[in-house]
Design a binder for this molecule. Structure first.
Ligand SMILES: Nc1nc2c(ncn2[C@@H]2O[C@H](COP(=O)(O)OP(=O)(O)OP(=O)(O)O)[C@@H](O)[C@H]2O)c(=O)[nH]1
Ligand SMILES: [Mg+2]
Ligand SMILES: [Zn+2]
Length: 356
């Protein structure tokens, strides 16, 4: 196996899953950038423009069947290694996904094969515990370790920073939290030390919190575009539009991503339970096994809420996401059934047409 793909994070977990017969015709590469249906992959030696085989377009029935940034893929190289055709996605260690923004009920992939997801919020008006919980539900659904970065510490006082960090610890006691400023060199050095060789990290958070600024600071270059936030409401301008993977000088791998406006969820189970574990634990004591924790007699969650053991805001956020996840799951299931029926119909239609 070549060291070059190891440098890009191809570790033992992946090595065990190699299909040697495939390596006779294909080369392994990692997807480092995605733009609709065109990709850039890296073999560790070279970045190569890549496209999908037609097979992907015809035999895929969900967005999960398509490659996303961070994926390992079997590719065929052409023209002196200047063009790659992606044949197959290598088994995934982890997958981050959300509901597609808007009305459509479909998954959108954020990144694959992530070891640690960095949730970034800025310490000014972007700081929001309920949004933090939402990110955690998404991350806890896959086997990815979440960490929290709080940016723009230069904008508020030390006391306020500490009180915000404490508010997070109250709801998530065992998470790593780092407050920092992109304007402070020492902070950047401290953050650099948090990244481990060959691990893959993904930067997540609203537009304008400073994800790309941090990335530029980590590589000591203004390689990627950043932009001032809007003055009137303090929101970002959605500067980053592509997901992109880069390797730091210490060998850690980072994926920058566009700020997300919406973070809808479909069919979340372990994500909710792992994020709201005190509620999940209590629910085992509810009188009814299918308790919805909203109106039932003998509901242990409602009792804890009344007694002030769990906070109202946290309870409400849990119920909201629980309902949303159920609703979206039903719609997704219905849509899939319809798609399947339509697929069958088209198949028969085309066949009959041919036979005539
Ligand atoms: N005061 C202060 N400003 C910062 C800090 N970090 C970033 N900024 C500023 O915030 C603005 C937005 O930063 P970006 O790095 O473009 O934000 P982003 O998270 O990449 O945003 P999107 O790409 O739109 O998702 C820029 O004007 C940065 O200079 C910080 O720690 N302190
Ligand atoms: Mg950005
Ligand atoms: Zn209950």
């Amino acid at each position: 196996m070549n060291d070059n793909i190891e440098r890009l994070g191809f570790d033992e977990w992946f090595r065990d899953k190699i299909d040697p017969t495939k390596l006779e015709n294909f080369k392994l590469a990692r997807v480092i950038s995605v733009n609709k249906n065109s990709f850039v992959v890296s073999t560790g030696q070279k970045d190569i423009y890549a496209e999908l085989t037609g097979k992907f377009l015809f035999s895929s029935d969900s967005s999960e069947d398509f490659p996303t940034v961070g994926d390992w893929v079997y590719t065929q190289l052409f023209d002196d290694d200047s063009l790659a055709i992606i044949h197959e996605i290598f088994p995934r260690k982890s997958l981050l996904k959300r509901k597609t923004p808007g009305k459509k009920i479909e998954y959108q992939l954020i990144a694959a094969n992530i070891d640690k997801a960095i949730i970034m919020q800025s310490l000014d008006s972007n700081f929001n515990l309920r949004r933090l919980e939402r990110y955690l539900v998404m991350i806890n659904e896959s086997k990815i370790t979440p960490v929290i970065f709080l940016s723009k510490s230069d904008l508020i006082g030390q006391d306020e920073i500490e009180s915000k960090i404490n508010d997070i610890y109250k709801i998530i006691p065992d998470i790593k939290i780092t407050a920092f400023s992109n304007n402070n060199l020492q902070d950047i050095e401290n953050i650099k030390a948090l990244f481990t060789l060959s691990e893959t990290y993904c930067l997540l958070g609203s537009s304008g919190v400073g994800k790309t600024t941090l990335l530029n600071n980590l590589i000591h270059q203004d390689l990627y575009k950043t932009q001032a936030i809007r003055e009137k409401d303090g929101r970002g301008k959605h500067t980053t539009t592509r997901r992109e993977l880069i390797v730091l000088e210490n060998g850690a791998i980072i994926i920058d991503s566009p700020g997300m406006r919406e973070l809808g969820i479909i069919s979340i189970e372990s994500g909710l339970d792992n994020t709201f574990n005190e509620i999940a634990e209590l629910s085992e004591q509810c009188r009814f096994a299918d308790c919805t924790h909203t109106i039932e007699e003998g509901c242990a969650v409602l009792k804890a809420l009344e007694e002030g053991i769990i906070s109202k805001e946290r309870y409400q956020n849990y119920i909201k996401m629980y309902k949303e996840s159920l609703y979206n799951e039903m719609s997704y299931y219905e849509k899939r059934q319809k798609d399947k029926k339509f697929g069958k119909f088209m198949h028969t239609y085309m066949k009959n047409k041919k036979d005539k």
